[in-house]
Ligand binder design. Structure first.
Ligand code: GDP
Length: 285
């Protein structure tokens, strides 16, 4: 699901976020474990100021196990409550209720001192498109829950899902825009398929990916396509030969018998996005 953002979309998303965030105690932010920084919304910190914060590193099954715990520690050290999860299989999802509850302890203490008892914690899921919000909500909510319906003081039409006697979840996630300004972040988002492929140059993107892989995962391309890859690659031009080899190996030929690198580019990106090049993390703490 690729989404394009226009200034109008962004303004509307921001407005909805500001409106909804007043109602909630804890923001549960999903990021992609392969790009935990590039997949973070640039404005979430100001939007969620003074709220309890949970960061879930989703799709950890697609990311390099070597870096998953490092990234978790990175966010732990910044004071977030965190977890590595696979929303698709449900791994790690059961534990999230406890984490959310812990993240709100201080708030609950304050309530208690003010004489407020048994008020459920209200949580909201947020994240950029495609990060796994719907999959996570389905897994998190499971079957044994019921919608609680409208309540006085709650914006009309809002539905809360009761997760336990202690936690309620806003049923619709907050969809936030990704980082547009930073070109490196944009490229990583494009690698994982979160930016509309129509608006980016696939061949150039595949060359960038090969350049990255050659530096950090030198065996990934070799192993997948059974080709020799030059050790020295400095700029994307140096990767064209590799893309040509992949084209030949996969019988992607043009009419004259030349390597069709455009088709090879699509194969490489598709293989990467489906974890056929291995579990790869694209940025490091
Ligand atoms: P949303 O746009 O944030 O609601 O994202 P979706 O829930 O629609 O998920 C986008 C895609 O990512 C879907 O194809 C999901 O099956 C997949 N997905 C979500 N979470 C995970 C995960 O933890 N691991 C893997 N491998 N795939 C996931």
């Amino acid at each position: 699901m690729n989404v394009q953002w226009y200034p109008g979309h962004m303004a509307k998303a921001k407005r909805m976020m500001q409106e909804n965030i007043k109602l909630i105690d804890v923001v549960i932010e999903l990021v992609d474990a392969r790009i935990p920084i590039s997949s973070k919304n640039p404005d979430i910190d100001s939007l969620a100021a003074n709220k309890s914060r949970v960061i879930l590193l989703n799709k950890y099954d697609m990311a390099d196990p070597k870096y998953n715990d490092l990234w978790k520690s990175y966010f732990d050290d910044k004071g977030y409550y965190t977890a590595l999860i696979n929303s698709k299989s449900g791994e790690g999802v059961k534990e999230i209720k406890d984490i959310v509850y812990k993240a709100c302890q201080e708030k609950l203490e304050r309530d208690r001192r003010k004489g407020i008892k048994n008020r459920p914690i209200r949580a909201m899921i947020v994240g950029i498109p495609n990060v796994g919000k719907s999959t996570f909500i389905n897994s998190f909510v499971g079957r044994a829950t019921a919608k609680t319906g409208n309540k006085p003081g709650v914006t009309k039409g809002k539905q809360w899902i009761r997760l336990s006697s202690k936690i309620e979840l806003l049923d619709t996630p907050g969809i936030l825009w990704p980082k547009f300004e930073d070109p490196a972040a944009g490229m990583r988002l494009a690698f994982i398929g979160s930016i509309n492929d129509n608006i980016i140059q696939m061949t150039e993107l595949a060359l960038e990916l090969i350049l990255f892989l050659n530096k950090y995962y030198p065996d990934a391309i070799k192993k997948r396509y059974d080709i020799e890859v030059p050790q020295e690659m400095e700029v994307i031009k140096d990767c064209i030969g590799t893309l040509e080899q992949i084209a030949l190996k996969r019988s992607c030929l043009m009419k004259g018998g030349e390597a069709d690198i455009e088709r090879a580019a699509k194969i490489v990106l598709d293989d990467f996005r489906n974890v056929r090049l291995g579990r790869i993390t694209l940025e490091f703490p």
